[in-house]
Ligand binder design. Structure first.
Ligand SMILES: C[S@@+](CC[C@H](N)C(=O)[O-])C[C@H]1O[C@@H](n2cnc3c(N)ncnc32)[C@H](O)[C@@H]1O
Length: 190
């Protein structure tokens, strides 16, 4: 779960409002990521799309390698800029963490990192998620968590992705407060 002190003091009005008025949903949302990592226990976690580091933090907490876990993140700085990424670096400092930013995953064919688990949560516009899924599959990772699978650009990318895999678990999340629906899917490459 995210603690109040994990939240960036410079957070945007939308996220601040969500954390204040829809905390139960936000806890379930990041709780799903923590649970996904808890199922797999990856030591090396890669994240495409870092923002302020909340998802990364949930993954690293779930993974359960205090002090020795490895986190590598990539972000263009589109959403929160340098200060948001600085916050991510700060909250992920208890692990061996590296964040490449600005870094556009769409401009590379290989992330050149070793990984056990990749969180695909960068641009959700087709065909970006397809490219990010291909990058994830080119690492050493056995597991991939896809965020926002309910969004059309992510769904279409997933449909066109041909790498053999099985679905380990899906999380369908709904906020009664705001009506938001969200789906996260944990995959295992086979
Ligand atoms: C949904 S947010 C990530 C949220 C974060 N994973 C979490 O769980 O808290 C998407 C992030 O992807 C980044 N992004 C968008 N396009 C990208 C790209 N082509 N390469 C790398 N990062 C990208 C944005 O800057 C933004 O910070």
């Amino acid at each position: 779960m995210l603690l109040n002190e994990d939240i960036w003091p410079g957070e945007t009005p939308w996220y601040t409002m969500k954390f204040e008025t829809d905390r139960d949903y936000m806890d379930r949302f990041y709780g799903a990521k923590q649970e996904a990592a808890g199922l797999v226990k990856p030591r090396r976690v890669v994240e495409i799309g870092v923002r302020c580091g909340y998802g990364g933090l949930a993954l690293m907490r779930g993974a359960g390698w205090p002090g020795v876990g490895i986190y590598v993140g990539f972000d263009t700085l589109d959403e929160v800029g340098e200060l948001g990424i600085e916050w991510a670096r700060r909250i992920l400092a208890p692990w061996s963490s590296t964040i490449f930013a600005p870094f556009d995953t769409q401009s590379v064919d290989d992330l050149l990192v070793e990984a056990d688990f990749v969180h695909v949560d960068g641009s959700h516009e087709y065909p970006c998620p397809l490219h990010d899924l291909q990058l994830a599959a080119r690492t050493t990772a056995k597991h991939i968590l896809i965020d926002d699978m309910n969004m059309s650009g992510v769904q279409r990318s997933y449909r066109e992705w041909t790498v053999p895999h099985k679905v380990v678990k899906e999380w369908d999340l709904h906020s009664k407060e705001s009506g938001i629906t969200q789906k996260q899917v944990l995959l295992e490459l086979t």
